[in-house]
Structures are given as C-alpha cells and as structure tokens.
Ligand binder design. Sequence first.
Ligand code: G4P
Length: 531
Amino acid sequence: MDTPENINNRRTFAIISHPDAGKTTLTEKFLLFGGAIQTAGAVKSNKIRKSATSDFMEIEKQRGISVATSVMNFEYKDHSVNLLDTPGHKDFAEDTYRTLTAVDSVILVIDCVKGVEEQTEKLMNVCRMRNTPVIIFINKLDREGRNPFELLDELEEKLNIKVRPLSWPISMGSTFKGVYNLYNDSLNLFTPNTKANDEHVINTKDINDPVLDKRLGKYVEQLREDVDLIQGVYDPFDRHTYQSGDVAPVFFGSAINNFGVKELLDTFIDIAPPPGPRETNTREVKPDEPKFTGFVFKIHANLDPKHRDRIAFLRICSGKFERGKFFHHVRLGKELRFNSPATFMAQSKSIIDEAYPGDVIGLYDTGNFKIGDTLTEGEDMTFKGIPRFSPEIFKELINKDPMKSKQLEKGIRQLTDEGVAQLFTQNDGNRKIVGTVGELQFEVIQYRLMNEYGASCSFVPLSVYKACWITAKNPRDLEEFTRYKSSQLAYDKDGNPVYLADSQWMLDQIIQNNPGITFHFLSDSIDEMAV
Ligand code: G4P
C-alpha cells in the first residue's frame, strides 16, 4: 500500500507558454537544479537545442519544434517531481490540452515584453476548466519589458484569474537590479548567467530593512512604493485560493540567466498541491486508496524508429503500480500485465518496479490502448475529464496508392488513437475526414503514414468550420436531426454522431432551430466550451 508521504511529496506539473516565452529554457534550468541534466546554457546552442532533452521524435529534430510531450522526473528537496513537457507549437495544442488533464498544477511562462499572447489564453482556458492551480512566471526581465503593474492587470483581464505577486522586479532591462521576494522577505540581486545554487540572496527583516537602501541605492524608493501598492491592492497570499485555482501567484525572473528560477522552484515545491482526488464516471478516487487506478492520457508511437512499439503514458491516480502485476483494462474488460514499465527522460528510459499516485509511466503497447483508457485492480470505472477538443481544420484523406489501402486504414486509425488528429467518417467509413488543431498535423500524418506504414496519401481541404458532438434527451429528436442533416453528419471513431458546421452563423442557426439537440464542443463533456 502507498504511504501518505509517498503521495504528499510528489509534484506533477507542466510548464506551458506561448511559443518563445521561455518554456524550454525554464525546463532546462529546473532539470539542472534537479540534477537531471548537467549542461547549463544548452538552449543557446543550436546543436544542443536540436537534441534538447525534451525533444525526441525524428520529425521534431527536423523541424526543431517540440511535437511530443515527454515526462521528466527529478528529485528536489525530498520531493519527487514529475515535469510533463508540452509542445509549444500551437499546431500541437491538443497534445498539450490532454497533458494538462494529467497534472496537478501548472507553471505558466509569460514574456515580459509581449505579455499575454494568443496561446496563453487558450491554455489558461483549459486550466480553468479543471481549476488547475497556476503559478505565473514573468520571464525575460533582462529586457525592457512592460510595466509590471500593467502586466498584472492584463493577466487578470485576459486570463480571467486573480493574481498575487510573490516577487517583485526592481527596475528592468539594462538597469534590472533583481527581485524582492515577497513570500519570504528576501532580496535576490541580479547577476547574469547565474549558475545553479548560486543566486545572490540577502535575507531581510522586511521591506524597510536598511540593507535594502545600501544594496539598491536610488532604486529602493520605487520598490517600497510598489510593495506598498501591492499590499494595498492585492489580498495577502493564501495557499487555499491558489490550490483551488482562484488566484495565481506571480514571480518575475529571467530563465536564460537562471535568475529567479530557484525561488520559483522552491516556492512551487512548498505550495503546489500533491496528487489529489479524481472523478470517475461512478465515484471519486482518492490518491491514498490502497487499490491501483490510472488512466492513459497520451500515446506515442515508435520512439525508437527501429522498433514499431507504441508507448501509452499512464498517470497513476491511486494505489501502487507494480511491474508484472495483472491490472484490469476497463474498456476491453481484459487483464493485462506490464513487464517493462518505464520512466522517461526524453530518449533515455529506465524500467521501474513500482510507481505511485502522481507518477507518469510509459507502458509498451501492442494496440490495446486509446487515449482516456482506465486501468484498475478490477473495478469498472472510467476517469473523466480527458476530453477531445473540437478540431479547427478539416481535410479529406485521399488514398494515393490503392494497393496500400489496408496500411492506410491501419495507420490512420493508430495515429488517431494516439491523438495526433481526430478521424470522422461518412458513407459507412468510406469517406475519411481528418480534423486537427493545426496545419502542421497534416504534414506529420503524411510523413508518419509513409514512414511507418508505407502508405501514401494526400489531403483535400474542406470548408468545415467546427465539429460538434450531438446528443438529445429524446432519441427521436436525434434520429430526425441525423436524417435531415445527413450530408453534414459524420461519425467519430466511437460511432458518435458529429455535426460538421460550415460557419459560426450556420451553427448558431442550427442550434437555435433545434432545441431538442445539445451541441458539445468537447466529446466527453456536458460543459459546452470551445477551446
Ligand atoms: P519556448 O520553449 O517557450 O518556445 O522558448 P525558449 O525557451 O526556446 O526561448 C525562446 C527564446 O527566448 C530563446 O532565444 C531563448 O534563449 C530566449 N530566452 C529565454 N529566457 C530568456 C530570458 O530570460 N531573457 C532573454 N533575453 N531571452 C530569453 P532564441 O534566440 O529564440 O533561441 P536560441 O538561439 O537562444 O536557442
């Protein structure tokens, strides 16, 4: 059985950001602190960047963007930290959204020059759906950024969350002096390219400590004014409002200079929640329950191009996972055991014997898993909240080589099981429509179908605006709607009817004219929410 310490000292989280805000850099610095990698400043070098620890797919190397989400585990201050990396490129956003269902909290990186960007808003929508606690790191303070108060206002307004600064910058850009830590009343003086464990921290009594006058000179006045204003405007920091996802603590720093990163990590370890309870379709599962449960949130194929293996990433929710023990695959009603469950550090993996709530492990899969599958010790239940998001771009899949139809069929089914894209069919499966959140996905599919399955395909763009899963209280309403709208109707892989709207205007009309039908923009959710 699991011990409470094993649960309470685990932190499972993701770093998210709009591309270029500094997620990769911050990830690398965290890994340095955790002793998981040794090369500092690796991000600056293109050579190393190409094989950056969190990028491992061939296509990623070619394009230099992170396609896949990898899981990195490290120990820090008696805590076992699981950092789930997420692709920054917006075309792979769905992968990121799903990864967010497997974490207990999130660190959001913002560029102090650019402020809140498009992808930041979308990612925060997903966090808010699940009340995921968020810490915000405002990065690149070594640049002339925007006024910090203005940035905080923008965060509150655009991300629809209350914020509470826990550190405060003293000037910015070329005159950047450092940050004052409001959480533990200390001054952290800025020195560029700080090495791990080498921050210049001076403990102070409070903001009026004379040591600040000595160290900051003319900048101290502004700092005191700012802190005064913060204390007047923002409620004192409260761990509960952070953990309930209502208030996001904010830190300032510079990831590339490894500045403010340690205090971010220290505070994160201290305040971020350990694994909590999770909802299933029958009941709530608590992490300290003795019996093992977990769910698959990501499937990744062919990490090693020489082998055709798939890896299902499983988040453990309760009990203890043990190597070689039989577990119950709820959807298939099958008992399965895993002889080489693995933890990952990008390309390098190690076999583990046991794992605990909050941990993410990789299971070798021969086609048994789909995203969202639940494993238990026998109980029939399914974890909720692993949604499929409504795709934004739709194309018809055309088989270019009739001799390879079987390979194409198998390939597209497996790739969509992995969550690379979503597959909809019409005409009894003969017409295949692929929906994604980004153009690049189609290139990935084409490349992988050819390289992994030997199937050649092309895509024809369709003027579909949105896919909406449809349900109705009265089955007759649904029957009538599907008959009447048959040309715009398709089926997802599980056979659920999906309405393909060609414009927002049309969708509004259809929704208005069909009160008996409910339109869902997430496939497994009653909440109607477009991300
Ligand atoms: P991402 O994963 O969110 O996409 O961002 P990434 O860490 O790759 O950082 C994007 C760019 O921002 C990189 O520069 C990186 O060096 C830079 N950067 C990260 N943190 C800071 C910081 O604190 N201050 C400043 N001034 N820059 C920072 P690049 O030129 O795009 O790439 P590279 O050639 O340095 O690898």
